[in-house]
Write a new protein. Structure first.
Length: 301
């Protein structure tokens, strides 16, 4: 089946064949997938994607595991409130995740799969609750401050700091459209899939989260997320014994080799697979390789 919300956004059921559920967050509806049964696999997307990113992985794992895939508030099929209804910050994202998992009684043996901003959200949760985490799967993301060797990309700088960035992101959906275009290198998205990725961000109001995520990137101690990220970075050692799989597209336009080097430094025992010809959306670009790797890792780790 296809949800009423996905129909409203013109998302073909052959691409996104799920009937999601909704979690109440102080009167806001947070959409999530709850597919299959068994030990939980929690998958956290980033910006500007949504739960569609994990659709093929869900279909692979749901026969043996319970797959929980939220759309962050403002993203995908979740509500997209204005700033007076929701604070678009890392702290809010963490509270949303904790509330959802508590409501579903997910308290142990969690396989956590993270991508992009999902890494910062998920690793904040993991460093605070290491006893609940059984495995970690890392896909082109971060759990620390911007590496000193890595300048903030110009495109992010424009989106984060200028009125022009706001106009482009909210007026023309530039961030979502651009990511769908450049996020895959080996296996470019079809026009239909690009439209599906962009569909929930179909007007100025519905693009608020794609902008606020960029504006929440912590670069200075005065930024709201800065102290949280510092704490996560300082406490990564609490997860040193957790089995970790890293699959990385080295042609990522943001999360490049500078970030991968930081992961290697913090987790020298991690199993790492590098893809020289792949970009940011590694589950699209190298799905025939990465999805079986994740399935195998979960079965044996």
């Amino acid at each position: 089946m296809v949800t009423r919300q996905s129909m409203a956004f013109d998302i073909p059921k052959e691409i996104y064949p799920f009937t999601g559920k909704f979690h109440d967050r102080d009167g806001l509806k947070q959409h999530y997938l709850n597919e299959g049964s068994g030990d939980p696999v929690v998958m956290l997307h980033g910006n500007p994607s949504w739960s569609i990113y994990y659709r093929n992985l869900v279909n692979t794992l749901k026969e043996t595991h319970r797959c929980i895939v939220p759309d962050h508030i403002g993203c995908g099929l979740s509500d997209k409130p204005d700033d007076d209804q929701y604070e678009y910050t890392l702290a809010s994202r963490l509270a949303d995740l904790e509330s959802l998992l508590h409501s579903l009684n997910i308290t142990e043996k969690i396989t956590l799969i993270v991508h992009d901003w999902g890494g910062m959200i998920g690793m904040t949760y993991a460093t605070r609750h290491p006893e609940k985490i059984k495995r970690l799967v890392i896909l082109n993301t971060s759990a620390f401050h911007l590496p000193k060797s890595k300048p903030l990309p110009l495109g992010l700088k424009i989106c984060r700091n200028t009125p022009l960035g706001t106009f482009l992101v909210r007026g023309f959906n530039a961030f979502s459209a651009g990511a769908a275009h450049v996020g895959c290198k080996r296996n470019p998205m079809s026009p239909q899939l690009k439209r599906a990725y962009r569909a929930p961000y179909n007007n100025w109001k519905n693009r608020i989260a794609t902008l606020r995520f960029v504006q929440d990137i912590p670069l200075n101690p005065s930024d709201k997320a800065y102290d949280i990220v510092s704490s996560v970075e300082e406490n990564l050692g609490r997860l040193s014994r957790v089995p970790m799989l890293i699959c990385w597209g080295l042609k990522d336009f943001v999360f490049d080799h500078h970030f991968l080097t930081a992961w290697e430094k913090n987790f020298p025992k991690a199993e790492i697979h590098r893809y020289q010809d792949c970009g940011h959306y590694i589950l699209e670009d190298a799905q025939d390789e990465v999805i079986p790797l994740i399935k195998s890792f979960i079965q044996r780790a």
